[in-house]
Design a protein around this ligand. Sequence first.
Ligand code: GDP
Ligand code: MG
Length: 448
Amino acid sequence: SLSDRLTATFKNLRGKGRLSEADIDGTAREIRRALLDADVAVPVVRQFIAAVKERALGEDLSKALNPAQQVVKIVNEELVNILGGKTRNLEFAKTPPTVIMLAGLQGAGKTTLAGKLSKWLKDQGHTPLLVACDLQRPNAVTQLQVNGQRAGVPVFAPHPGVQSEHEEATGDPVKVALDGVAEAKQKLHDVVIIDTAGRLGVDEVLMTQARDIRNAVQADEVLFVIDAMIGQDAVTTAQAFNEGVNFTGVVLTKLDGDARGGAALSVASVTGKPVMFSSTGEGLKDFEVFHPDRMASRILDMGDVLTLIEQAERSWDKDEAARMAKKFADQEDFTFDDFLAQMQQIRKMGSMKKLLMMMPGAANMRQQLEEFDDRQIDRIEAMVHSMTPHERVAPKIINGSRRARIARGAGVHVSEVNGLLERFTQAQKMMKKMAAGGGMPGMPGMPG
Ligand code: GDP
Ligand code: MG
């Protein structure tokens, strides 16, 4: 996965206070590959990487993150930004009906979406009307009628029942759209959803027709519907539709397939328009409001790692980390009191065990993490609390009889005290190595 590759790239970089250009280049290469794998268009990738690099070079490292995590965090934030930041909701007209028009290539999923969107609106208490303006494709009107029936939403169509499977509907789509809106006004539908015709490729006739409909009905929202599987073609298609109809939002369909959503990024990036909904199947319910953050994760294939990074940043006490860094800079010894403080940090993260295992850099402590158990921390704390203040700062004096006393005090076997002292010594060594500063201060006291 990307996170594994990043870990490899950054293996030797822990402890740096600021990323160098060379450091970032390595990560940028991996991220570039991840974006291309996700089918983000090449020019978009190029521009994106340049922006990320600039930001990564300008930022001081967060103490809670290692450099790879830091770059991934920046990448994630930039992705979310491009995808529109927050979820953009439909804007309803002050005076109903709100007119929503769907545009896009043939097969993108407009007619299917019309049904889903109408059902979604209906479930929220709206009274939508579907309007069939695809008079180009044989059977298109019937298809919308079927979808409308499923959704329980009425359909306004030019010649109900007349069109046959092999016959193109006749009529002027602009007139149908206007008649549909008039019907909605008359019958008090508060939303009108206009399904339009598409072509296999972008062409002027299609675009002019879509623009004419848009202007005639004064559409409040024009949703550009695009198949997520379209890949590298997303950019040219989106640009053409943006210039042609000046859409207000994007709907990404067929996200149930292999597509990793690169089209979303390409489209949002070149048009600056937000992705508003996504479609994940042929069924009426396979439809959801689009979440930029989830899509960013999908594109990066990072899953919960990003959540983890946020949690680690939140739960790792920065002051504590700074205190430790200073301690070592001053060449002070790591004591059992420090060890206890570390334990408390670890306990905060204990609930994140599953996530920690996925963390870049976690590979070498996977086994310890697997054995991680909150109760072990309780026992460790009990043992440290059974030590005298002097023992805690000078653990070397803890001989056999002191070990027996500590074991008795904590209610554990003496072998556990031995184990703790061993781990403490390891932790002490590790902390010394990390004294150079920066990076996430590992898990020195991790039971295992
Ligand atoms: P239109 O030409 O833009 O109106 O596209 P349609 O709504 O007719 O959809 C074209 C095909 O894609 C149909 O077979 C739909 O069932 C299918 N389809 C639409 N949306 C999705 C989706 O989100 N996932 C999948 N798997 N298929 C979809
Ligand atoms: Mg259609």
